[in-house]
Write a protein that binds this ligand. Sequence first.
Ligand code: NAP
Length: 488
Amino acid sequence: MPEKNLRIAVIGAGMAGILAGIKLQESGRRNFVIYEKADRIGGTWRENTYPGLTCDVPSHHYTYSFERNPDWSRHLPPGQEIQDYFERTCEKYGVYPYIRFGEELAEARFEDGRWQLVMQSGLADEADVVIAATGVLHHPRIPDIKGADSFRGHLFHSSRWDHGIDLADKRIGIIGNGSTGVQIISALSGNVRHIAHFQRTAQWIMPVRNGYFSEEDKARFRADPAALEAAMDTSTYQRGVEGYSQVITGDDGEGARYFNDTCRDNLEQGVRDPGLREQLRPDHKPLCKRLIFSPDYYEAIQRPGAALVTTPIERIEAGGIRTTDGALHELDIIVYATGFHADAFMRPMRITGEDGATLDTFWAVRPRAYLAVSMPGFPNFFMLNGPNGPVGNFSLIDIAEHQWHYISQLIERLERGDCEAVSPGEAVFQRFEEERIAAAKKTIWYTGGCRSWYLDAEGIPASWPWSFSRFQREMAEPDWAAFSLDPP
Ligand code: NAP
């Protein structure tokens, strides 16, 4: 057992917060709490319930490494199955008793070596260590479109789906063609009276299989974990992840050609009408925006009753969406599939570190963190899936597990009692940040000729700008020379 029984507060009971809970509990620690603002676990998978919701990471790779799931129904996991998986896992590992539901952190202040926490409810707590596991994409981005208030029908963001409405006889407009908009179109086209897809910027679409696992497959995976691991073909998956990250970091070689050729062939072969094909052809490089994997979007947008609208939106009116060519697209439902504020992270929480330093000031230009995990001036405050981590077409579960491995070593150091506060040194952090920004400017997100939510307010890509293998190496063990370790 550690020498010091530190109090640990985890913020958020989504995938990463549950992971922290499982790991803390497994290691014999009992002095921890998970604060969750909602009344259920699940984060993204609790909040997003739109038709067609799917994760585009292969299902068997979208699991905790220590809790495989033989029961996935499909190659790409449906949202509800993911939510069920987290609920089951949370129960199985005994994490529920540590979660305080309905408690949203309003403020955290570092005073006299401890974090003073205050919830929106007024509840107060003290912790030695805070782990922010608050997720990345959860504050809906509501577009500023004139006349939205005048719409007579139903209007909502994709992450606030109104399941009380029968869709079959409705005319539906979907604004946005990121992964969300594309998945909604695929699910609804052919099943509703009319669906219009409002596209501002064309996207490359990578074809993908999404077959079903047979009952025999699932029985075999249940009976034999080795068969499941073999079916996962992890080395091929990891080579794919590494190859993908090479393309992102600016390698124009074989990997880039593969994505280019595959996406182009998909477009050429998947869209029959030459006019529609040109409307769907992006003018930037594949992977500049987050790549969309879809088995059936092109088929869905070509069905009778589906329409692609590329003329810009002028305004929303009582009866629908008016485009700049004067046409009124009459609609009963408008869905904003317009994404999220990717720079919020744990904000709007008020977080004050050493010497009165506030997170809002530290992040005034952009969210930033040493190796995505910790920040100078904010001792014993660590993040899972924080800023500048590898957020993209990877399994965020795998990323959180690597980060947990790293963070747990920082916590152990505190528990051993050889220091009282751990945070990266200011000079080390500045050097890191300069190197990160220089590398970010070489990535395809910067050079690929597009705008996306990967870019911060100054146009610098915010996601991990190096290879995935570098991320794995960095997370293997902290470079202790980079940290200020306040002695007891
Ligand atoms: P997104 O990728 O940020 O896409 C937002 C879309 O809305 C873009 O097409 C954007 O057009 C459009 N848009 C925004 N404001 C607009 C406006 N005022 N007028 C017209 N169009 C507007 O959002 P998302 O699809 O919700 O996805 C967010 C992220 O969630 C994804 O990138 C992904 O990381 C994650 N996600 C993952 C999965 C998965 O399978 N793993 C599934 C769904 C979502 P522009 O391109 O012109 O800006």
